[in-house]
Design a protein around this ligand. Structure first.
Ligand code: DC
Length: 217
């Protein structure tokens, strides 16, 4: 049972690909972005400012954050949809930049992945969370392709925003994710880089599955 990591910028198709790859291999999917988002959602609800690291760390320490059948929950509440709200998008990179937040969530992620048989997606899955993972991938796509995917996702949720606003917000989030001091987005050593621009989900999953099978998955 391998450990598989998939990193890359927002909208590169990581979560869809990771979920399908996990299903294909009979592995568990661990969405680390959902954990940062759930913390950001909880901070919004409690009126904690995204730049208030001590309060966020304290909030996280008492947060009952778990996955049940692949769905993220805060205690008894399923927050799968709410963590994708634009209000969460706007603050999550700031929340995720704090070293104390990252340290605590990385520890939880390692514990969840310790038995292997996992597909972990995020920004630092192959560099920080599981640097010893047997199979590492880095998915990219052009900013236009990524903004287009995110825009469609928002429209399907009934949220009408312009593609320009989505592109702008996305490039700001990229910059924050790439420049932060801890857990910055970068290509992990030994990762296979796949540009998903113009590729279907099935094509990307196929390519990744082949690489994993070559390593014994
Ligand atoms: O993949 P996503 O869009 O759900 O991630 C939400 C935010 O969380 C993103 O702006 C960066 C941050 N994140 C992170 O810092 N580290 C991770 N391992 C996953 C996500």
């Amino acid at each position: 049972m391998l450990r598989i990591t998939i990193d890359g910028p927002a909208g590169a198709g990581k979560s869809t690909v990771a979920r399908e790859l996990a299903q294909l291999l009979g592995y568990t999917y661990l969405d680390t972005g959902a954990m940062y988002r759930a913390l950001a959602l909880s901070a919004l609800r409690e009126g904690i400012e995204p730049d208030d690291e001590p309060s966020l760390a304290a909030l996280l320490a008492r947060l009952d954050l778990r996955f049940e059948r692949g769905r993220i929950r805060l205690g008894d509440e399923d927050v799968v949809d709410e963590i994708r709200a634009p209000a969460v998008d706007r603050i999550v990179s700031v929340v995720a930049a704090h070293p104390r937040v990252r340290e605590a969530l990385v520890a939880r992620q390692r514990a969840l992945a310790q038995d292997g048989g996992v597909v972990v997606d995020g920004r630092d899955a192959g560099t920080v969370v599981l640097p010893q993972a047997e199979c590492k991938f880095f998915l990219t796509a052009s900013l236009d392709a990524r903004a287009d995917r995110r825009h469609r996702e928002l429209l399907s949720q009934g949220l009408r925003v312009s593609i320009d606003a989505v592109r702008q917000e996305m490039s700001e989030r990229d910059a924050m994710d790439e420049m932060r001091a801890v857990g910055a987005l970068r290509v992990p050593e030994g990762a296979l880089v796949v540009d998903t621009t113009g590729l279907s989900v099935a094509e990307v999953v196929h390519r990744l599955a082949e690489a994993c099978r070559g390593r014994g998955a």
